[in-house]
Design a protein around this ligand. Structure first.
Ligand code: ADP
Ligand code: MG
Length: 338
């Protein structure tokens, strides 16, 4: 008798979910990235019990057409790429078509969505099983409620840390997404407490003030550098405004928050001996490049990327920071609109 069989769709989705949805903060990241890709200018996140009972994301983006709603929850179903060529030329945060399928495999999901012209659609998916979609009258945009995360995967639930730790991870990822998107107004509420609010006026320094406080934002200087391949803009703190960890450094590549040790090291190296040992700046650098120079399809969460010309980019960042602090005049850039 044959011993090898193909796993059911539900089970394979649960397995795949393990890679994309590690914890409540992964749900927040995936849903908010979808809202960003949908062109939203306002994104409101509500959580309860650090996201374990509820993660709700509401946006005013493009919405999903009624006929596309069931497909959106299938694995590898995406509106963002079509061909292999697109895979190496990604202009959106998502493209793997895994998030909604993964979330719906390990939680209870309710979706309400409407496009500008179309009628609204409402659907519930639980443990991968979708109910019949219904027509509803809702404003254009999308609202997704994710409840009872990991209710059917107890091993994963056990692995989740204290609510305090999980909440900190949610705040952290939303901070980075807000810093990468100063043109979007974000709010985060945990059990009705407002944890984050950004104005969405497309002013990075103002967004920095909303996240790290006005005093930190005031102690930052603008960075600008460009070569044939890269354009780097952003803010980094004066050498006397530092933190004890690298967690306050954010690198964005084409609007995507990424983690990259070498580039972080380059930024720090630009300070030379101006930083005390064990102290790190607060910084946000936005790096624009041809998508062909970056492979984002390295890891399911897409926070690690593979860069061509990484050394060249590191040198550009290091030099830009060094030159900024070599200037006589270290007066921070004036804060406006605060
Ligand atoms: P991906 O983002 O990689 O395409 P997802 O599973 O996250 O995959 O989403 C599947 C599809 O559902 C997306 O490609 C998009 O078309 C649609 N979608 C998901 N969330 C939203 C949203 N907030 N607004 C509009 N469309 C959405
Ligand atoms: Mg997505």
């Amino acid at each position: 008798m044959a011993k090898i069989h193909q796993l059911s769709v539900d089970l394979s989705n649960q397995i795949a979910a393990g890679e994309v949805i590690e914890r409540p903060a992964s749900v927040v990241k995936e849903l908010v990235e979808n809202s960003i890709d949908a062109g939203a200018t306002q994104i409101d996140v509500r959580i309860q019990d650090a996201g374990l009972s509820l993660v709700q994301v509401q946006d005013n983006g493009s919405g999903i057409e009624a006929e596309d709603v069931p497909t959106a929850f299938l694995r590898h179903a995406t509106s963002k790429i079509l061909t292999t060529r697109d895979l190496f030329n990604v202009h959106s945060l998502g493209f793997r078509g895994e998030a909604l399928a993964s979330i719906a495999a390990v939680a209870k999901v309710q979706l309400e969505t409407a496009t500008e012209s179309g009628i609204g659609t409402k659907v519930a998916v639980e443990g991968g099983q979708m109910e019949e979609p219904q027509t509803v009258a809702v404003r254009p945009g999308t609202q997704i409620k994710v409840q009872s995360l990991f209710y059917n995967t107890p091993a994963r639930l056990k692995y989740v840390k204290s609510q305090q730790t999980e909440l900190a991870k949610i705040v952290d990822i939303l901070n980075r997404l807000a810093l990468a998107n100063p043109q979007i107004a974000f709010t985060l509420r945990n059990d009705n407490n407002l944890m984050l609010k950004t104005a969405g006026h497309n002013d990075l320094q103002q967004t920095l003030a909303g996240i790290y406080g006005v005093n930190v934002a005031k102690a930052m200087v603008g960075i600008e550098a460009e070569d044939l391949d890269f354009k780097v803009t952003g803010y980094t703190s004066l050498p006397d405004t530092t933190r004890a960890s690298r967690n306050y450094l954010s690198l964005m590549i084409n609007g995507r928050y990424i983690k990259n040790y070498q580039l972080t090291k380059a930024l720090i190296a630009g300070y030379g001996s101006k930083l005390m040992v064990g102290r790190y700046p607060v910084a946000v650098l936005d790096i624009q490049m041809d998508p062909l120079l970056v492979d984002v399809n390295v890891h399911p969460t897409k926070q690690e990327v593979r860069l061509s010309k990484e050394d060249q980019l590191g040198d550009l960042i290091e030099q830009a920071v060094r030159q900024r602090f070599a200037q006589q005049n270290l007066i921070p850039d004036a804060l406006h609109n605060l």
